[in-house]
Design a protein. Structure first.
Length: 117
């Protein structure tokens, strides 16, 4: 993903990609839940803290600014919650599609494949 300088499958870009996923979730569902707000669960504490406080390292700045702008402009209401990795089995299985070693996927994810951009 060139704009945010992150590569899928590289551990050092995990927080960037998790914050991007959070931003995309808000872009898709955030405005339809203005009244009730959303609770976003994830296992990457750094991405969750960034979304909650809108403060980040310079490497996450572009995503943080976009999130802050959408929150202010669209009136997004959300909070975040930490879901420990050991309880986040489906998402973790999907994130391992780009891992070099074979992964054990839950039955509902067996047909998933990595898409190259």
């Amino acid at each position: 993903i060139r704009t945010i300088h992150a590569r899928i499958g590289e551990p050092r870009h995990q927080t960037t990609l998790e914050l991007l996923t959070l931003l995309l979730a808000l872009a898709i569902w955030g405005t339809s839940h203005i009244e009730s707000g959303l609770v976003l669960l994830g296992d990457n504490a750094a991405a969750l803290q960034t979304a909650l406080h809108l403060k980040s390292k310079p490497t996450l700045g572009q995503l943080t600014r976009e999130l802050a702008w959408r929150k202010a402009r669209q009136g997004l209401r959300f909070t975040v919650g930490h879901l420990p990795s050991e309880l986040n089995t489906r998402s973790d299985s999907l994130s391992r599609l780009s891992a070099p070693e074979a992964a054990d996927f839950p039955d509902e994810l067996r047909g998933a494949t990595e898409r190259q951009e």
